[in-house]
Each structure stands twice: as C-alpha cells, then as structure tokens.
Design a protein around this ligand. Structure first.
Ligand SMILES: Cc1ncc(COP(=O)(O)O)c(C=O)c1O
Length: 361
C-alpha cells in the first residue's frame, strides 16, 4: 500500500473467484452465472471485477444502465450484458451499438425499443421482465404473455430471455414461494432466471438457466443468520492522524453530542462521511485498531471521525484503522458496519467514495 494513502480499499480477486465457485456449487451443474456488477461492482471496481470474473469463467454480466455496459465493452468484455434497470429511449442507441441486452417491462418500452432498432437498422436484444411481487419493474402476470409474444413476433426485437426479481429472498420464505409459484409464467425458451444471492444460496427447486448473484460474489451472505462459506473481498482501511487526551466533562466533535464521562484518550481518524462512512455511525459505530474494537465518539465529520482508544495505550499517529477487514484476530464485515449504521451492506459498499483507491491483489 503506497505510504501516502490515508484511506484505501484492498480487493482480493482470489476471494472473488472462491465466491464464484461457492455460488456455482449451490446450483445444479450447467446453471450459468450472470454476475451483477452494477454500480461499480458494488463499489469494488467495475472493470477489474468483471475482468477477473470473465477469466474465471463467469458467463454473463448485469449492470444498472447503458453507460456501465458501454464501459465494459470498452474494456474488451464480450460476454452478454443485461441492463437490469429500465432504459430510457436516450440510452437505446448505446445499448444497440454495444450489443447490450435491454430489460423490457411493458409494450410501450418494447415499441420504443423497436423504433430505435428500426432507425439503427439492427435487431435489439431483449429480456422481458415479469413482476411477481416486487412492484418495481416488470409486466404484471396478466400482461406478461402478451408482452413476450409481441417481442417474439417483432422483426426488430430478439427475445433472449425472461426473468423476475425476488423481494424477500433473504428474509421471508413464504413471500418468496408465492413469487416463485408465479415463475411458471416464464417460458421455457431462452434464458430464465430469478435468483439473487439469497435465493441462490437457499437452493429453491424452481427451474432456471442462470443465477444473478451480486452481494454473494463480494463475500456477504445476505440471508438473516446465513452462514455460507463466502470470503469477504473488500477491506477498507485508514490511519490515525492525531491521538490525545480529553479531560472528563469535555465534549467531542460537532454538536457536542458526546461528553467524556472520565478522562479519555481519543484518536482522530482520516475517514469521514465524504468517504462513505455513514454519518449515522456517530456515537454508535466501531473500528478495529491493533486487533481491538474502538467506539466512535461524537459525530462523524466530512473527512474525519473520532475513536475512543483509551483501552489502547499504544495507539499512535499513523496506526492502521480497519473499518472493514481483519485486524489481529478480529474481523469486521460490511454487515457489521451496516447493522451499526442502521443500513444494509449493499449501501455500505456502494457508498465508499470513488476518491478512495482500490488496490487489487
Ligand atoms: C435485478 C437484480 N438481480 C440481481 C441482483 C443481485 O442481488 P444480490 O446483491 O442480493 O445478490 C440485483 C441487485 O440489486 C438486482 O437488482
């Protein structure tokens, strides 16, 4: 790690490959993997992650919108790329020229896409989405077959697959079963998929050609109490800038929300909410220093936060601070940080600021 860094993430590509193998082993042989690398591969770095997955045999990729897909093509990736969100007509020319597969939820979207394909004298690759209860994207069951039929018959559209998305695969098996019971509507032609990481690890017996894992690839089992043998891919570290004594009764940071109940040693660390450290961790979160869990005291500020290091007399300026990762024998995960911040690990990962370097090993 270059000495000049005060905040950095290390990304283990061998952990990523191990997670790919673990997810593959959870589903029937021959099931292909559409790796969800949207939103900068959940903050892990779009192109390096997709390249490593491609080399490890991952068959397809899913991104949120067309410019992410274009970035992957620019980097030389040739696998099918599905735009998981709803694309606007202004994005269709990029999708068409880069051979990105467009998700379509309605006849209106299908007609708009067909017009764009006609204009570009090409055939658009399409996956039709079925809404089984997420109520975000997708055609309702009553309209889905009409939509799929329209796409299949249209000379400017090629239906490469159909899919649905689960709302509670990590938390509510009954809700999930109700959604999956409707998946019989997905035709048995072309691709057919529904499983995010939680559904993949839960091994549902509904037929599918692909799985669509995101969080699991990055080493987190999203299920309540889930214990799949996944390896965290990302570590997030920083350094102590200042260590000093605070007298009993003094307050710390903006708003004076923390008052020292006794004399303390408090360290200022070079990570703030502009780096993606949630403001909500003020007076609630923890970091590891020298293998010991240290509480955040006072509010998190833009570029710095404060830690109570009274229990660590050896703590000094320049010490490594671990927000996510290993320190001594202890490990902190994105799930630990998320729980303290009142959020979810997906948000912790995707909020780690672009200004923080990602170092790959
Ligand atoms: C349509 C779709 N499929 C799959 C995923 C991957 O989900 P997870 O990260 O829970 O595996 C996402 C993520 O939000 C998604 O939007």
């Amino acid at each position: 790690m270059p000495a000049a860094l005060r905040n950095w993430c290390t990304i283990s590509l061998s952990a990523l490959r191990a997670n790919l193998r673990t997810l593959r082993s959870a589903v029937p042989r021959g099931t292909r993997i559409l790796a969800v690398v949207k939103d900068n591969a959940y903050g892990h770095g779009l192109v390096p992650i997709a390249r490593a997955l491609s080399r490890a045999g991952c068959e397809e990729f899913g991104v949120a919108f067309a410019s992410e897909g274009a970035e992957l093509r620019q980097a030389g990736l040739r696998e099918p790329i599905l735009l998981l969100g709803s694309s606007l007509p202004s994005e269709f020319p990029i999708a068409l020229s880069r051979r990105l597969t467009v998700t379509v939820s309605s006849l209106q979207e299908a007609r708009e896409l067909a017009r764009a394909a006609d204009k570009a004298r090409t055939v658009a690759l399409v996956q039709a989405k079925l809404d089984t209860g997420m109520n975000r994207l997708g055609a309702k069951p009553a309209e889905f077959l009409q939509l799929a039929g329209f796409i299949q018959r249209h000379p400017r559209l090629e239906l490469v697959g159909t899919f649905t998305h689960l709302a509670c695969a990590d938390s509510d098996p009954k809700f999930t079963r109700r959604q999956l019971d409707q998946s019989f509507l997905l035709p048995m032609v072309g691709q057919r998929h529904y499983a995010n990481s939680a559904a993949t690890l839960s091994r549902h017996p509904y037929p599918m050609t692909h799985i669509r894992p995101g969080l699991g690839l990055y080493g987190i089992d999203p299920r309540n109490g889930g214990r799949a043998p996944l390896r965290p891919v990302l570590s997030w570290k920083s350094r102590l800038l200042v260590v000093r004594n605070i007298r009993r009764g003094e307050t710390i940071s903006y708003g004076a929300t923390f008052r020292a109940p006794r004399d303390l040693r408090v360290a200022t660390v070079g990570t703030g909410y502009a780096d993606g450290l949630p403001f909500s961790l003020g007076n609630r979160g923890h970091a590891l220093i020298r293998g010991r869990l240290c509480p955040i005291v006072g509010r998190v500020t833009m570029d710095m936060a404060l830690l109570d290091v009274t229990a660590l007399p050896a703590a000094r300026r320049g010490d490594e601070v671990v927000w996510i990762g290993r320190s001594g024998t202890k490990i902190r995960t994105a799930t630990d940080l998320a729980r303290e911040a009142g959020t979810i690990p997906w948000e912790i990962f995707t909020r780690i600021a672009p200004r923080i370097p990602r170092l790959y090993s």
